[in-house]
Design a protein around this ligand. Structure first.
Ligand code: F0G
Length: 351
């Protein structure tokens, strides 16, 4: 009976918890690091996918949320609040259930994927759809947590970053050292901040001999860091990263510069192409925002920025089932057949 115990138990000595901290966990983390055959062939590199959609609520947010809810519980919080493009709210709602807390979520009206809304609802969160974008939701959430008895569990809460840095630990533990390049989608920029923290901690302690270059990718319509200015009305089909004023902007710049990496943008078309490639050629079904990392790697390769022979990890942040509309859209409709083997065989091209 050996089961992965969740990131707090697995990495307890590297996280801000004590022996008496009441750990709230769904046994998040321990996610697959999957060799990507087609991407490796295309780039001449050794490419791996860190499949974060395999977390309990289907995204990387669970790593940060186990920490945030655990610490909120320790501090006696009865209620938590977050702003979200969908995944944070799904995760907060689930962990709040485990902790016996009330969960309030603020989401941009009409701009979150159906699966994520369903998760927040079924876990019993109190949902407000805000007539504004994610950035407006975050401003509102901060104001409420400042003035009312409710703890903020967005990644501006530093313990969220602590939890999320464990993904880097898992990668180094699995590969035996840090990769040469790490590629991530960037929205509110908490995750790139967290990965960089994890890699630098392991390198400082000699667990890894090096740190990777951090490559981050925003969606073109929501690329404030690339443009160097706030985007007032962000747009992209990748609703998870539809963010115009990232909270961890400065930390993302630090991760980029200290690692010798870069932050670039990918178009919705490039995101969808990578999304389909991952599903149809690697067997990994992710949500559109997650495909931004892979779209970025392919773009960089086409631009000649990827020297062959390197070890590259792309994080794919969320499960494809959260936003199935894009899987169905544009795909051929399945044909209907009678209960007849000959007809079925013929339609399947077997006969
Ligand atoms: N990928 C997915 C699937 C996400 O849900 C997010 C962020 C990101 C990438 C970007 O990560 O914000 O740390 O740079 N989702 C947040 C949310 C904003 O509310 O669920 P980031």
């Amino acid at each position: 009976t050996h089961q992965w115990r969740g990131i707090i138990e697995e990495y307890r000595d590297r996280l801000p918890v004590s022996d008496t901290t009441p750990v709230v966990t769904l046994r998040e983390g321990g996610t697959p690091l999957v060799p990507a055959q087609v991407l490796s062939e295309r780039t001449g590199c050794e490419v791996h996918l860190k499949v974060e959609g395999a977390n309990p609520t289907g995204s990387f947010k669970d790593r940060g949320m186990t920490m945030a809810i655990t610490r909120a519980k320790e501090e006696g919080a009865k209620a938590v609040i977050c702003a979200s493009t969908g995944n944070t709210s799904a995760s907060a709602a689930a962990y709040a259930v485990r902790a016996g807390m009330v969960c309030a979520v603020l989401v941009p009206q009409g701009k979150i994927a159906l699966g994520k809304m369903g998760q927040a609802l079924v876990h019993g969160a109190k949902i407000l759809q805000v007539d504004g974008n994610f950035d407006d939701c975050l401003t509102l959430a901060r104001g409420l947590s400042d003035n009312y008895p409710v703890a903020l569990v967005n990644s501006v809460n530093p313990v969220r970053i602590e939890g999320q840095k464990t993904a880097s630990f898992e990668i180094v533990d699995m590969l035996g050292d840090a990769p040469d390049i790490h590629v991530l989608p960037v929205g509110n920029a908490g995750n790139i901040t967290a990965y960089w923290k994890g890699y630098t901690e392991y390198a400082a302690d000699g667990v890894a001999t090096k740190t990777p270059r951090m490559w981050g990718f925003q969606a073109s319509g929501s690329a404030p860091i690339v443009r160097g200015e706030v985007v007032k009305d962000p747009s992209t089909i990748a609703t998870a990263i539809r963010i115009g004023n990232p909270a961890s902007w400065q930390f993302a710049l630090a991760a980029r510069d200290e690692s010798g990496g870069f932050i670039d943008e990918v178009t919705d078309r490039e995101i969808l192409r990578a999304y389909r490639l991952l599903a149809s050629q690697e067997g990994v079904f992710v949500e559109p925002a997650s495909a931004a990392s892979v779209a970025g790697l392919l773009k960089a390769a086409e631009q000649g920025k990827v020297d062959p022979g390197q070890r590259i990890v792309c994080t794919v942040t969320g499960n494809g089932l959260k936003d199935p509309d894009w899987a169905v859209a544009g795909a051929p409709q399945p044909v209907t057949v009678p209960v007849d083997a000959a007809t079925a065989a013929e339609r399947l091209g077997l006969a």
